[in-house]
Design a protein around this ligand. Structure first.
Ligand code: R1P
Length: 300
């Protein structure tokens, strides 16, 4: 009897009261009290893409470890800093390092910084990630604009919105159609064309798995059958939290490796060093693309 009661009490505290609206408000207040920036644009940097934050001017940097109640990054290729700054006169907040479920954090905690961004005033979120290419037409270094996602952990109930809904964020049952804003995708296509990046351009469906193990050959085949073009271990939870609270989203995956879908193959399989190396090699084009999109955001 006692253990049942304990279990209920713990789960209510963790799931419902862990990061209440007020607690997230106090994190955003902590930041707003320490910066004059009032960004309406947020960026989340994928593995090896921290350069997106480095390109900001007049940077104000908050290491995650110095922000009360913030988790810390533990993955190589994720610096673990919240960076405020300007990009051609536009105020930006950038997560230079994201949180993954495989680091041991709950999925809602991984997505929690998106809610901080919401209370800071963010209206548009640009999410980036490193992903393995499942689509046979993809090559390493391609940039895939995300048109939709498959939130695999969500199939088992692991959704960042699990727990009591606070209507101040959004509705209990938020729609996820048009999660990746069509207007923003069209804008990004125009920008890519202007930058002569069309040859690297792909559009497709991103599938989030929990990781940290990379996929088996049979898992990759199964994901392909489900309609996924790229696979990674992030993003979907952030996008769900963003759409829930009314932030519009543009997402892109850098195809850092190609998934080998042959049993008994001798071809090299995914490894994190290759993922980071591709990110570094393609950083200039990604930076140009993100800058171009941000410059034209007011038009959509
Ligand atoms: O999704 P991001 O953070 O870019 O990182 C990707 O790269 C790592 C694997 O190499 C995983 O964390 C995967 O999700």
């Amino acid at each position: 009897m006692t253990s049942v009661k304990m279990f209920r009490e713990e789960s209510i505290e963790d799931v419902i009261d862990g990061y209440s609206y007020e607690r997230i408000e106090s994190i955003s207040k902590f930041l707003l009290d320490r910066t004059k920036q009032r960004p309406e644009i947020g960026i989340i940097c994928g593995t090896g893409m921290g350069g997106l934050a480095d390109m900001l001017e007049d940077k104000e940097i908050f290491p995650y470890k110095d922000i009360p109640d913030f988790p810390v990054s533990t993955v190589p290729g994720h610096s673990g800093r919240l960076v405020f700054g300007n990009l051609n006169g536009k105020s930006i907040i950038c997560m230079q390092g994201r949180f993954h479920v495989y680091e041991g954090y709950s999925v809602w905690k991984c997505a929690m910084p998106v809610r901080v961004m919401k209370l800071i005033g963010v209206k548009t979120l640009i999410v980036t990630n490193a992903a393995g290419g499942l689509n046979r037409n993809f090559t390493v270094g391609d940039i895939m604009f995300i048109k939709d996602h498959i939130n695999f952990p969500g199939f088992g109930g692991d959704n960042p919105l699990r727990g009591r809904n606070d209507d101040r964020w959004g509705p209990r049952f938020p729609p996820m159609s048009n999660a990746y804003d069509l207007g923003l995708r069209q804008l990004a296509r125009t920008v890519a064309k202007e930058l002569n990046l069309e040859k690297y351009l792909q559009e497709g469906v991103y599938c989030m798995l929990g990781g940290p193990s990379y996929e088996t050959v049979s898992e990759m085949m199964a994901l392909t059958l489900l309609g996924a073009d790229a696979v990674g271990m992030s993003t979907a939870h952030e996008v769900i939290a963003a759409r829930h609270c009314g932030i519009r989203v543009f997402g892109m995956s850098l195809i850092t490796n190609i998934c080998v879908m042959e049993h008994d193959s001798e071809k090299p399989l995914a490894n994190h060093e290759e993922v980071m190396e591709t990110g570094n090699r393609r950083r200039k084009d990604l930076e140009k693309l993100v800058t171009g999109i941000i410059m034209k955001l007011d038009t959509v």
